[in-house]
Ligand binder design. Structure first.
Ligand code: FMN
Length: 331
């Protein structure tokens, strides 16, 4: 059961254009984490929608197969937001249309990626240096699609160029329907702490829904941020990796080992089914490492799980954990 205040948040609702969003907390888009299998699990655990990892607009338009495969989702994930990145309005316009044709509910423009290979070339957070271009990109997307267009931003390029209020004005003027805000600058990447006062300031000036993001560790924390800063919802990134319980107001470390193992095995099966042409087990390792963090004290089992090459062996080790063969010495 949720504490009363969490029930309140869980039951609340807002709209992104005509789309009803139930709940206020969701899995943040994360490359190589927020794929369909994990989004689906998080939706089941209470994430208010599915928000995809970023997808290259150029690669989509050029028909790259692996990239097109990233558009896949399952019906139970709806509402589905697909995030794209790039900097060329014509290409992004075409990519937005491809996203709409995939059946997604919302298309999002990434204006927050701080990786130099993306931002350095002017895409992702690079767009914060040229917000009129960002505005033209949103307008181009709006012209191409009927589904809502949203954007995920940071506070600015660096400490001396925090232009979030101008960015808000331009994006709203261009027709954006929702903005997610990671409360850091591009220069900060993931250092320092997220500035929630700035997020609150954006919310107080905005006419579209605002989702706050940065350093939220728990459902209670998200709930407090919603109350304190008035945001319509909160995105949880790193604290949700290997921890979908966060969307239920609980935590992996408070979950019985049997339930964690059951979820690990289910997630692995989903990955194997979703990535038939790739090494699903290898792709799953980053999730497994997080599921086991703080939980399984047995170092030996953890090492084995993260290095074993066969699915059968992986499952055997998991089942042994369940049967108590690996004492949970850290708890
Ligand atoms: C591994 C990883 C991958 C990420 N990939 C994306 C992405 O594809 N698109 C995006 O908008 N943000 C991406 N982010 C940023 C997160 O969505 C989020 O804004 C950031 O981690 C701050 O939230 P947190 O403190 O809850 O983790 C990524 C973050 C991490 C840690």
């Amino acid at each position: 059961m949720f504490p009363a205040n969490l029930v309140e948040t869980q039951n609340s609702m807002f709209k992104i254009d005509h789309i009803n969003i139930e709940g206020n907390v969701a899995l943040s888009p994360m490359a190589a984490i927020s794929d369909s299998p994990y989004r689906k699990i998080c939706r089941r655990y209470g994430s208010m929608f599915s928000f995809s990892e970023f997808i290259s607009a150029d690669a989509l338009v050029h028909g790259n197969k692996t990239t097109r495969d990233m558009l896949r989702y399952e019906v139970e994930e709806r509402p589905v937001i697909i995030q794209i990145f790039g900097k060329n309005p014509d290409i992004i316009q075409e990519a937005a249309l491809i996203v709409e044709q995939s059946g997604a509910d919302i298309v999002d423009l990434n204006m927050g990626c701080s990786a130099d290979r993306v931002a350095g070339g002017g895409a992702g957070a690079g767009l914060l240096k040229d917000i009129s271009l960002a505005g033209r990109i949103i307008e181009a997307m709006k012209k191409a699609v009927k589904i809502p267009v949203s954007a995920k931003i940071r506070l600015g390029w660096d400490q001396n160029s925090k232009n979030y209020l101008e960015t808000l004005k331009i994006l709203e003027g261009s027709g954006v329907s929702m903005i997610s805000v990671h409360g850091r600058t591009k220069k900060q990447a993931y250092t320092g702490t997220a500035d929630w006062n700035a997020i609150g300031e954006i919310k107080s000036r905005a006419s579209v829904p605002i989702l706050g993001n940065g350093d939220v560790e728990s459902y209670e924390d998200a709930d407090n941020k919603i109350k304190e800063y008035g945001v319509d919802g909160v995105l949880i990134g790193r604290a949700a990796i290997g921890n979908p319980w966060v969307f239920r107001g609980s935590h992996r470390s408070r979950t019985h080992v049997d339930d964690v193992v059951d979820l690990v095995l289910m997630h692995l099966d989903e990955m194997l089914a979703f990535y038939p042409e790739q090494n699903g087990l290898k792709l799953f390792r980053k999730h497994a490492a997080k599921y086991m963090k703080h939980f399984f004290g047995a170092k030996e089992a953890r090492m084995k799980l993260l290095t074993c090459e066969s699915v059968e062996e992986f499952k055997d080790i998991c089942l042994a954990l369940k049967e108590g063969c690996w004492p949970d010495s850290e708890n």
